[in-house]
Design a protein around this ligand. Structure first.
Ligand SMILES: Cc1ncc(COP(=O)(O)O)c(C=O)c1O
Length: 398
């Protein structure tokens, strides 16, 4: 029996990433990888978590190991809500639920809102986990380019004007994955105005917003939203540790109710021990001090990577200048294929993510690539960028 003939319409069109085969080579010894999207494990609060886990299991083990509430561990939910209210992101009337990572929030919202054929506008480039989630619900994806100050709002309006099926705009508004770009305040206001005019919802996915290392804070779309159009997704992955699988969503109450029903059939509730460790950590330690440490570390590595690129890359290769987050995005002149560059770079033991995996049409050729600066050591950043510079010079002269 051929099991593939039984696949659902939701999954049968999903394809393994075009670059998955190339990524298998990342296990090669000696590789310097800028391809990951993970935070620096050296900055995980491992000692504190170990002590807290022991204490929680000894003193609150019955709660930590019992089934939990689908909405999330109440003290952590309250803490997240208070923090977002204090940051001006939410009002006291808003509510949050805890999910298994920000990714689950995106999935639950999409399951609750999107019918096959409904339109979702995504930034191009965008986060593959978001794109694949929308694909798995048979959404129709539309791309809107990301400019230096965020979404091209003229293109956004053209799309909204010409497609009546659009229900959602998906944006990673601050320190975008993969570009590192932050949407300007003016554009945020314009995006909200367009959402109102064309009656769409906005998914604001903000897992990197706390990781600002330069420039000025910009209010979230959620903070500027007057009419409950923004569904806000956050995460502990980049400020604590992704293995904890903790994220949160704020949405209008009737939508949160739907999402909770959906979550009950996915994983019932988020890992209680993780939630309790996170809660005790954030209330006993200064989370802001911890985040300040992360900001300083990532800011230093980002500046080093940009300096090395300016020194070693051909001048025609441009890079974004992020003010936070984990990524920057490079663009070769038009016509060069970053998948081909990736093959050459891997021969020299350096890896990155070709732009193709961040795009709606992942079969086309793109001259862009994503570089992560959080996980490599400073020494590896120097060596890796120097090598990649040599590869780029050869590649572009060939
Ligand atoms: C833009 C974006 N959204 C969501 C996620 C999902 O994060 P998590 O599920 O670990 O909270 C990621 C992870 O890399 C991301 O880059």
């Amino acid at each position: 029996m051929d099991i593939t003939t039984k696949f659902s319409d939701r999954v049968k069109h999903l394809e393994a990433s075009a670059i998955r085969e190339i990524f298998k080579l990342l296990a090669k010894p000696g590789i310097i990888s800028f391809a990951g999207g993970a935070p620096d494990p050296e900055l995980f609060p491992k000692k504190e978590f170990a002590e807290l886990a022991k204490e929680i299991l000894e003193t609150q083990g019955n709660t930590a190991l019992q089934y939990g509430i689908t909405e999330g561990y109440a003290p952590l939910r309250e803490w997240v809500k208070d923090r977002l209210v204090n940051q001006g992101v939410l009002t006291k009337e808003d509510d949050v639920i805890i999910g298994s990572g920000g990714q689950q929030g995106i999935d639950l919202a999409t399951k609750s809102l999107i019918n096959p054929g409904d339109g979702v506008i995504c930034e191009e480039p965008s986060f593959i986990g978001g794109l694949n989630c929308f694909r798995s619900y048979n959404a129709q994806l539309y791309g809107v380019p990301v400019l230096d100050d965020g979404i091209d709002t003229e293109k956004l309006e053209e799309l909204l004007k010409s497609h009546s099926n659009i229900k959602v705009l998906y944006t990673i508004s601050t320190f975008q994955n993969p570009s590192g770009i932050t949407i300007s305040l003016e554009k945020r206001k314009k995006i909200l105005e367009l959402a109102e005019k064309y009656d769409i919802l906005i998914y604001e996915d903000n897992p990197y917003g706390e990781l600002r290392f330069s420039g000025e804070e910009v209010p979230t779309l959620k903070a500027l939203d007057k009419n409950s159009r923004v569904i806000y997704f956050g995460s502990f992955s980049k400020i604590l540790a992704p293995g904890m699988r903790l994220g949160f969503v704020s949405a209008p109450a009737p939508l949160l109710e739907r999402m909770i029903i959906c979550k009950q059939t996915e994983d019932v509730h988020t890992n209680v021990l993780s939630q309790m460790i996170a809660y005790e950590f954030v209330t006993r330690n200064s989370i802001d001090e911890h985040i300040a440490k992360l900001r300083a570390a990532y800011g230093k590595k980002c500046r080093l990577m940009m300096d090395c690129m300016d020194k070693y890359f051909p001048a025609a290769v441009k890079h974004t200048c992020p003010e936070g987050g984990l990524f920057l995005y490079c663009t070769m002149p038009e016509g060069y294929d970053s998948k081909e560059l990736m093959k050459k770079a891997l021969e020299r033991n350096v890896a990155f993510v070709p732009g193709t995996s961040c795009m709606i049409d992942d079969k086309a050729t793109y001259s862009t690539f994503r570089m992560n600066y959080s996980t490599a050591s400073e020494e590896d950043i120097e060596t890796g960028i120097k090598t990649l510079g040599e590869v780029l010079h050869q590649f572009m002269e060939a």
